[in-house]
Ligand binder design. Structure first.
Ligand SMILES: NC(=O)C1=CN([C@@H]2O[C@H](COP(=O)(O)OP(=O)(O)OC[C@H]3O[C@@H](n4cnc5c(N)ncnc54)[C@H](O)[C@@H]3O)[C@@H](O)[C@H]2O)[C@@H](O)CC1
Ligand SMILES: Nc1ncnc2c1ncn2[C@@H]1O[C@H](COP(=O)(O)OP(=O)(O)O)[C@@H](O)[C@H]1O
Ligand SMILES: [K+]
Length: 522
């Protein structure tokens, strides 16, 4: 197995490859840079030996290459804006024309607005430059969006909005340079209007807005091109967020050991309710498939016979009628706890959650284990500890963290809300969705991008919660366990394809684990 970076510390540089003596550290390829960080790298590049013009030439060449790899020659309209994004557009125009493509260029904003490298790139374009307006798109077989880059400084004004709408209504495929215009690369939001691209070519590193919705959906296919940014220009950047990838956590993945036995692989305890019985079963199966050596389902007595009849390798035990957990927690080898799937909102639920938290063991709280605290979130948040993982979807998250007297003050984009919630709770927060964000109380943050839309089906969250519990039982630290389970969950779903039911997911975990083993050389 090759040496891999670990997930970075918030204020450190872990996560990036250790430097050779005298050489700058290499920024993790999974780091997501803010537009401000990317701009700082652009500014630092010349002192590190690579001029802005060279970067722009490489950026334009990368875009032209990606276009030529996907489309056959067709009339292209390149829409250029007033900044360096527009400069990249002029380079693309020249390269495509040199390759024999029919190319027209339309400029949004006056030629005098172009500065430095962008002005020089415009000078190197010898063809005509039309004013950008809806008419300039007539006859386009492909539109190149070089209007604005990632650092949107304000919502598009009326003329830009009209241009964006014209692009989206032109009926031609769109290749966006760096980001679709109107999308804020920092957070994935688009205040006003944004270009809908089929292909987006960005440079050096992706930005959070490429992964977070709605940004991700606006990008179409995303390519991150190497444009020769010198390592020294990136060396001072401390990425605050990464894209989820095994490189971030595979070094602590709990593969079974040749000298192991089932107790070494951990014992996950799932506390179920007396309704929605399938939910806790799905969680148990996922916990066992992903790596726990033993799994026990503790169930209300009324559900015992059904659960015991439906499960084989998972042990099923009946709780006392009052739901007290002291007996079931008496065995300290039950080292990872899960409550929530199928719990329901019966009055005893809160007490059970607090009892599990009081045990101080690794613990996953999902679904109703979160919702039962909707009227008094502080009662839950104050009881959490550093080995807890919360797995809310947006609805459950809002119940706990919406601004209010108890709130974590979680306004803002999805990443910042998840991070604020993790800080407030002192626990790992997995804020689920197509762009699941995993945040740790120490500031680490990962965005997942491998989950297919077929996961939007009842019970898939129960499988995820069980997967996290299984990895916790097997000894993985909470943040890494959450990242790994989310990634494996997405991969398993992707491998199943259309028609997926939540009950298919545990059975698809072995294939996903095998793929992980192959990827990491385990
Ligand atoms: N990151 C890199 O490694 C490289 C980046 N390059 C390109 O440089 C771009 C960044 O260049 P710039 O910083 O000049 O950014 P832009 O090309 O996005 O232009 C910024 C200009 O647009 C204005 N603006 C921002 N939002 C606006 C709005 N809503 N309405 C009207 N005007 C608005 C700003 O005030 C500013 O004048 C990147 O997106 C990329 O395409 C490449 O040229 C070279 C390498
Ligand atoms: N459109 C989507 N694309 C990708 N993943 C999704 C999408 N919608 C939901 N998911 C994922 O599916 C799971 C759903 O969990 P949850 O909402 O708790 O459902 P349930 O309670 O039915 O199990 C989460 O892991 C979530 O991230
Ligand atoms: K653009």
């Amino acid at each position: 197995m090759s040496a891999r970076p670990s997930v970075p510390e918030p204020s450190g540089r872990a996560g990036d490859t250790p430097p050779r003596a005298g050489a700058p550290a290499r920024l993790s390829p999974h780091a997501l840079l803010s537009p401000a960080q990317m701009a700082a790298a652009d500014r630092a590049a010349p002192a590190a030996g690579v001029s802005g013009a060279r970067l722009m030439a490489a950026a334009g060449a990368a875009v032209a290459r990606e276009i030529r790899a996907r489309w056959t020659p067709t009339p292209v309209v390149v829409l250029c804006g007033p900044g360096n994004n527009g400069g990249d557009g002029f380079v693309v125009a020249r390269l495509l024309r040199d390759a024999g493509w029919p190319v027209r260029v339309a400029l949004w904003g006056g030629r005098d607005a172009l500065r430095a490298d962008a002005a020089r790139a415009a000078d190197a374009w010898s063809g005509p430059v039309e004013p950008a307006g809806s008419g300039c798109l007539a006859g386009a077989g492909l539109i190149v969006d070089a209007l604005l880059g990632a650092g949107l400084s304000r919502a598009p004004d009326e003329t830009l909005r009209a241009l964006i709408h014209a692009v989206n209504e032109a009926g031609a495929p769109v290749c966006a340079i760096d980001v679709p215009t109107g999308l804020d690369g920092a957070d994935g939001r688009c205040p006003g209007a944004a270009v809908q691209a089929d292909l987006t070519v960005t440079f050096c590193r992706r930005k959070p807005g490429h992964l977070l919705l709605p940004g991700r959906a606006l990008c179409g296919a995303l390519v991150c091109a190497d444009i020769g940014m010198p390592a020294a220009a990136l060396e001072r950047l401390v990425p605050e967020v990464h894209a989820n990838h095994p490189d971030l956590w595979s070094d602590v993945f709990p593969w079974p050991r040749a000298d192991g036995h089932k107790y070494r692989r951990g014992h996950a305890l799932v506390v179920g309710g007396d309704r929605m019985l399938g939910a806790s079963r799905l969680a148990c199966l996922a916990a066992a498939r992903i790596g726990a050596g033993l799994v026990t389902l503790a169930t209300p007595p009324a559900a015992w016979a059904i659960q015991a009849g439906a499960l084989t390798s998972v042990m099923v035990e009946a709780l006392p009628p009052d739901g007290a957990l002291d007996q079931t927690l008496a065995d300290p080898r039950r080292n990872a706890l899960l409550i929530g799937p199928g719990l329901g909102r019966a009055p005893g639920g809160r007490g059970q959650v607090l009892a599990l938290l009081a045990a101080g063991r690794a613990c996953v709280l999902d679904a109703d284990a979160l919702s039962v605290f909707a009227d008094r979130p502080a009662a839950l948040l104050d009881a959490l500890h550093g080995r807890c993982v919360l797995t809310p979807h947006e609805g459950e998250f809002a119940r706990l963290f919406n601004p209010g007297p108890d709130a974590a003050g979680t306004a803002g984009d999805k990443r910042h809300r998840a991070c604020a919630a993790a800080r407030r709770g002192g626990a790992v927060v997995v804020l689920k969705g197509a762009d699941t964000v995993i945040a740790a109380p120490d500031g680490r943050c990962v965005i997942n991008d491998n989950a297919p839309a077929t996961l939007a089906t009842a019970g898939s969250g129960d499988v995820l919660a069980g997967g996290i519990a299984g990895l916790l039982a097997a000894g993985m630290p909470p943040f890494e366990a959450a990242c790994a389970a989310v990634w494996l969950h997405g991969l398993a779903a992707g491998r199943l394809g259309p028609g997926l039911l939540a009950e298919d997911l545990p059975g698809a975990l072995p294939g996903a684990l095998a793929a992980l083993a192959g990827l990491t050389g385990t």
